[in-house]
Design a protein around this ligand. Structure first.
Ligand SMILES: Nc1nc2c(c(=O)[nH]1)N[C@H]1C(S)=C(S)[C@@H](COP(=O)(O)O)O[C@H]1N2
Ligand SMILES: [Mo]
Length: 368
């Protein structure tokens, strides 16, 4: 299959980082509605160019621990039963707190220049259940994981070493066989845009973004755990010194909430204002969102949590009557149906990577 490298084209409103045209954040105003439009959806690529795949010759190859290896065309995939629902995901480097990542690690340089929560989004995705494809191939009882191969490759972006590495990630068989783990070919009613993985991406509903491999060309069913570079050397947090297990790898999204209205810098009228935002918790349900206008001293439940759709974020609203003009520290705090609540501080301070930040975020607001 011929893969031609073409330049990334992006909407000027997307916020570039210093990661060399590989990561672009969604502007804060684009997080205010249910759906983030395709052209404002964050982009996180490991190389500057997207692989351009010729749809006429495209094949998704399925091999490894299967009874019938497959080579599926785009049309073959479209013939399978379609699933369509909303999914929110975020990069595990979203909401970076600069004090807690060490530039010496270089990994986190990708996040430099990004403030706020723009390395996330919510969209309506359509595609087929990965399970349907795996069942067609007949997974052997020896299978433990499925590895997903992207068409993009090159030297690792931060250290240039290894000089040649492909974007590959794996999932445990149970998550791969979950009917809501999709092979997505549509995003918000349009064919998957090039930046988001055209023609096909994995969509691991409820899990952090790096799991959802774009430009998907191979499914490899494995009888062992995959140890590839982007599986074991990236997207983890070092555990506290002395911990029995050295690293925690990111899988399902942690409970988290953000304030989207106001946007940073917006002046709030003293006559009152409807604060709004989003809350999500991966595979779990949001049961409570609370608001503080005094830096966390006192909390009130939000007025409305709108029902979510599929694996989308929950939108919430709270009518706030400030006591008068001045400066306020606003906060939102979400709790899920397992009883997990956002921590008040960044949870992985000793690590230096800055990943997995689901703290209660202070939002400095001015009322006039
Ligand atoms: N093939 C491939 N898939 C990939 C990546 C990549 O660079 N190459 N980046 C991953 C990361 S780190 C994230 S956060 C999401 C971003 O998806 P998006 O660019 O569509 O927002 O894609 C993931 N899938
Ligand atoms: Mo990411």
């Amino acid at each position: 299959m011929a893969i031609q490298q073409i330049s990334t084209k992006v909407e000027p409103q997307l916020i570039p980082t210093n990661a060399g045209l590989r990561t672009f954040a969604t502007p804060p105003s684009a997080l205010q509605n249910d759906i983030v439009p395709n052209d404002l959806y964050y982009i996180r690529n490991h190389w500057k160019e997207c692989p351009e795949i010729d749809i006429a010759t495209y094949r998704l190859n399925v091999d490894g621990e299967v009874n019938n290896p497959l080579s599926l065309s785009y049309e073959d995939l479209k013939q399978l039963p379609q699933k369509r629902f909303q999914v929110t995901f975020e990069c595990c480097g979203n909401s970076p707190v600069p004090e807690y990542y060490t530039k010496a690690l270089r990994i986190s340089t990708v996040m430099e220049g990004i403030k706020g929560h723009g390395i996330m989004g919510n969209a309506e995705w359509a595609g087929v259940s990965l399970k349907d494809v795996l069942e067609k191939a007949g997974v052997k009882s020896s299978a433990v994981e499925v590895m997903f191969e992207g068409a993009d490759h090159g030297p690792d972006e931060t250290v240039g070493d290894p000089p040649e590495v492909t974007y590959e990630r794996s999932l445990p068989l149970a998550k791969a066989m979950h009917p809501d783990t999709l092979l997505a070919y549509e995003m918000n009613g349009e064919p998957l845009p090039l930046n988001h993985g055209y023609p096909l991406r994995l969509l691991v509903s409820g899990w952090y973004g790096m799991n959802s491999v774009k430009w998907l060309v191979g499914l490899h069913v494995l009888d062992h755990e995959f140890k590839g570079f982007y599986q074991t050397e990236r997207y983890m947090t070092a555990n506290e010194p002395g911990a029995a297990i050295p690293y925690t790898y990111y899988t399902k999204l942690k409970v988290k909430s953000i304030i989207t209205n106001p946007v940073p810098g917006e002046i709030i009228p003293a006559s009152g204002y409807t604060l709004a935002g989003a809350a999500w918790s991966g595979e779990d349900k949001i049961t409570k969102v609370e608001i503080s206008a005094d830096g966390g001293d006192t909390w009130s439940p939000v007025d409305v949590i709108h029902p979510n759709s599929g694996y989308s974020w929950y939108r919430w609203e709270y009518r706030w009557q400030p006591k008068g003009p001045g400066h306020y520290t606003l906060m939102s705090k979400a709790t899920n149906d397992k009883g997990d609540t956002q921590p008040m501080e960044f949870p992985n301070k000793w690590d230096g990577r800055g990943y997995g930040n689901n703290m209660v975020f202070p939002f400095e607001a001015e009322v006039r």
